[in-house]
Design a protein around this ligand. Structure first.
Ligand SMILES: O=C(O)C1=C[C@@H](OP(=O)(O)O)[C@@H](O)[C@H](O)C1
Ligand SMILES: C=C(OP(=O)(O)O)C(=O)O
Length: 437
């Protein structure tokens, strides 16, 4: 789908917005609900394509799941009760679905085949299958990628050191450990988002996290009990409007009920560090901190960001490029090679597409650097999402301050994590939602 973008916004963004539910928590809500006994109820479930891939995969494995809008009920089948379907499970575009399910299926009965779309089929899966082998898992990849075949087996406990800083890999190992007898230990490379750990504790698992957040110890074969989960707003979706309101002069918006788990707030911290103006009113609900953010426009200065900060801002790094492009001075992002194995090579995609707008991005193998406030002219008004939701949404924000018409190819990619993104942006910008062609 080609879309005309909102350009030349003079008046800033205004108003109050509640962004949709958190993608990571929505995936895990379905998964834990399926593995629990009894009923789990999810409120504010994210009804984006990725989370619906997870929902459908569990239906295909015999789990009864009802969904009315953003309310989902799941009747759990217990830790080992999933059924192997006679067809492949469709992972769609979702890395989280694929990798977490690999850990879950390692200990089930039967043979399961996982397939995905063209983008997902290029992404590395051996980072999960290899450490899962330490639990005795029997997984065949296709040269380290999808399609993947998992033959369920009686997994055993293990003590594993992660080679990549990845919440998806960590969570897969936690799910395998959950199905094994005895105590397993999982050691992180750097602390990553901890929703699996928090939610498992809420569902009744015996799981301990060290004070430095680097080591997780858990006892296998707990009985998980169905829960009611209020999914907070997705920080990674709020991020787009935090950046838009920071950059477009005259803006003043409030984002309600945004998840503020400290493993996810890297962008919030970074905007403040660059001179941004965000007021946070925080509270705790259901084991996850959340709050309202008032964001006003500000003049920014350049910043450097390295490997240690990357996990808490991983999905927001394309937005950091946009912040850097408007900040005074040269910003450097390093230690972010993971960006090259997301839905697309996000370093290459953002450098190419921002380049069309006259913003020079210098690529590094593991990041980029950008000198802000360049004044070059638009070179090509036809932008492309590369089929990647986060690149597409970042470009829609980049367009706001460009004074000529721009189009976005592959705009429908936003449906992967934020189906109503364009409508929400149009509302805060006080514009009609532009026509689609
Ligand atoms: O665990 C999760 O829910 C996620 C972890 C991150 O991936 P990695 O584990 O590959 O860093 C993130 O990019 C993704 O959007 C969601
Ligand atoms: C990388 C992402 O998701 P996933 O890995 O689940 O495809 C993302 O949402 O930016």
């Amino acid at each position: 789908m080609m879309k005309d973008l909102i350009t030349g916004l003079q008046t800033g963004l205004h108003g109050t917005l509640t962004v949709p539910g958190d993608k990571s928590i929505s995936h895990r809500g379905i998964m834990l609900g399926a593995l629990a006994t009894g009923r789990t109820v999810l409120h504010n479930f994210l009804t984006s394509a990725d989370c619906l891939s997870t929902l459908q995969a569990f239906r295909d494995m015999g789990v009864t799941i009802d969904r009315t809008g953003t309310n989902v009920t799941i009747d759990g089948v217990g830790l080992h009760g999933l059924q192997a379907p006679d067809h492949a499970l469709d992972m769609g575009n979702s890395g989280t679905t694929t990798r977490l399910i690999m850990g879950i299926l390692a200990g089930q009965t039967g043979t399961f085949r996982l397939e995905g779309d063209a983008s997902l089929s290029q992404r590395p899966m051996h980072r999960v299958s290899e450490p899962l082998a330490d639990f005795g898992a029997n997984i065949m990849t296709t040269a380290g990628k999808l399609p993947v075949t998992i033959t369920g087996t009686a997994v055993h406990s293990a003590d594993v050191q992660l080679a990549v800083a990845s919440a998806q890999v960590k969570s897969a190992l936690i799910f395998a450990a959950l199905q094994a007898d005895g105590m397993s230990v999982i050691r992180e490379k750097l602390p990553t988002r901890d929703h699996t750990e928090r939610m498992l504790q809420a569902f009744g698992a015996d799981l301990e996290v060290s004070a430095d957040h680097m080591t997780i110890a858990l006892e296998g074969k707990p009985t998980l009990h169905g829960q009611t989960v209020e999914v907070p707003g997705d920080m990674s979706s709020a991020a787009f409007f935090m950046v838009a309101a920071t950059l477009v002069p005259g803006s003043d918006i409030t984002l309600k009920n945004v998840g503020l788990n400290p493993t996810r707030t890297g962008l919030l911290d970074l905007i403040q560090q660059m001179g941004g103006n965000i007021d946070v009113t925080a509270r705790v609900s259901g084991g996850e901190p959340l709050g309202d953010l008032r964001v006003r426009s500000a003049q920014l200065h350049a910043v450097d960001l390295g490997a240690e900060q990357v996990p808490a801002i991983i999905d927001e790094l394309p937005l950091v490029a946009l912040l850097a492009a408007h900040a005074q001075g040269t910003s450097h992002v390093t230690g972010a090679a993971e960006l090259r194995v997301k839905e697309t090579d996000r370093i290459k995609a953002l450098a190419t597409e921002l380049g069309k707008l006259g913003i020079q991005v210098d690529e590094l193998p593991d990041g980029f650097f950008i000198t802000g406030q360049q004044t070059a002219a638009v070179r090509d008004p036809q932008l492309d999402s590369w089929g990647d939701h986060r690149i597409g949404m970042m470009l829609a924000l980049a367009a706001l301050q460009v004074d000529q018409p721009l189009t976005l190819k592959g705009a429908d990619a936003v449906g992967i994590s934020y189906p109503q993104f364009f409508a929400d942006l149009a509302e805060l910008a006080n514009k009609e939602s532009e026509t689609s062609k």
